[in-house]
Design a protein around this ligand. Sequence first.
Ligand code: C5P
Length: 228
Amino acid sequence: MLGNIISVDGFSSTGKSTLASKLAEHYNFYYLNSGLMYRIISYFALNNDCIIKDKIKESKLINKLNNLNFDWVIDKNGNKSLSFDGKIFGEKMYSFEISDIVSTVAKLESVRNFLFRQQKNLALQKSIVVEGRDIGTVVFPDAKVKFFLSAELDIRTKRRNKQIKESNISFDTKKVEDNLIKRDKIDSERKIAPLKKAEDAFEIDTSKKSQFEVFNIAKNYIDSNFQF
Ligand code: C5P
């Protein structure tokens, strides 16, 4: 049985992670970053000889993924994080190498099917905020509350640059914008589960809003329309 689900979909660097994690904290829900799952699978593929010169060996990858699972890890303070094959993956997942390949990996039907099943399992018996690209349309079309975030490209590039500077990742500034454009295009144009707004999603343009304002808009929308 699934619990309450809040989906937060949208373009890259529109503030999905910030909003989704704040909502999860506020309502005491689990927070699932499905983009991180695609990044971990891309990292796994790169490190298991399943990507050679940008070509993905799909059946080799899927065979290797067989029997591996994502799971929740809860530390002694009650903080929840995601593990894959028993390991936790951090900032490295946001390197240029992975950002460059992740949308190509995410186009593959077998990878999407694998992660679809994993996402369903992670949500069993839980109330959860899930962020991604196809959460309100494909993975959890019956989600109780759906958000779709958008923002102007130059603002998204600035935000992503700032985020990168704050972490220890080296990433050429010009490449940031190119990577956002490239991923948005592949994500929106792919055949399976393309990025699009669910008809019943509440859209927030985050371009000129602070994180605090976006959170308050979302929270007011939830509190005035839904009961958990
Ligand atoms: O959210 P994030 O930018 O980390 O996602 C990385 C990539 O993973 C996206 O650009 C997209 O290609 C893929 N993705 C997806 N479906 C999701 C979440 C992410 O295809 N639900």
